[in-house]
Ligand binder design. Sequence first.
Ligand code: CAA
Length: 295
Amino acid sequence: GTEAAADTAEGAAAVRTVGVVGLGTMGAGIAEVFARAGLDVVGVEADAAALDAGRRRLDASLARAVQRGRLSDEDRDGIVGRIALYTERAALAAADLVVEVVPERIEAKREVFAELDRIVPEGAVLATNTSSLAVTEIAACTTRPERVVGMHFFNPAPVMELVEVVTTVRTEPAAAALASGLAARVGKTPVTVGDRAGFVANALLLPFLNHAVVLLEERVASRDDIDAAVRDGIGLPMGPLALLDLIGLDVSLAVLDVLWAEFRDPRYAAAPLLRRMVAAGLLGRKTGRGFHRHA
Ligand code: CAA
């Protein structure tokens, strides 16, 4: 209709306020990306303690950039000033697009989307950063599935350039174009992918990371030698076991499990050691220990 025609690429240019629900590692990074690009950001967390933790993540990331000489004090203050933080989702009533970045549980995501659908203006786009759940299922609890997309950022969000824009069978082209246009506007490289387990990047990456755990489990080589082989021999920025720690072993396992559930392909069968590490609470950087120890 006319609305759809009005909001293709120009739709992204007209976006002024972006909501971010959930300010964990990914959410805080995503809020930073939008604010750095000059957008007003409304960040929402469940309670005061979570909001404080989110604020600390943002401050630490910006302080690090200042310390490295990549950001001036003045620009840092500008970024901070563009991010308003709330514990009330009602603060999202003025958002043109909202990205949901809550933990990877379908009930949690659906609860957020059902409420966003009531709060956020009718024409606004609702996006999920999910890496392992079906965007279609999340969209189905709203009255506007045609305005729901995935916007899948990569860790660390301020550094990695890719955003997978995930479309479902219900997504209208204008909503996908708005999300892609916005990703480009904030300096990212959008790719459009279908709603299929793992999308593109994780469908390729996770079997590789899982295979590294299998090699460790089978004592083919030590942890450090497996990482060195990939880093120094294949030229990736970090070894697979170090990368699993960065992504989070729980998140990695969740992605493998949905790939397995969807395709029953042995490439996606999680290494028992990975599953045991998650059961043991050794989730990687965020808990201080995974395959490596982190200060
Ligand atoms: N936030 C902000 N900036 C960061 C950062 C963070 N968390 N981590 C690193 N940086 C910045 C640094 O400040 C630095 O910038 P400058 O050179 O301008 O100072 C730059 O990134 C490089 O960082 P470092 O020198 O500290 O270290 P590095 O060169 O080893 O890079 C890295 C760190 C960017 C993490 C790099 O190792 C890398 O790219 N690793 C691979 C990451 C990856 O593959 N991510 C995707 C995971 S899959 C995923 O996320 C999807 C999913 O759904 C599971």
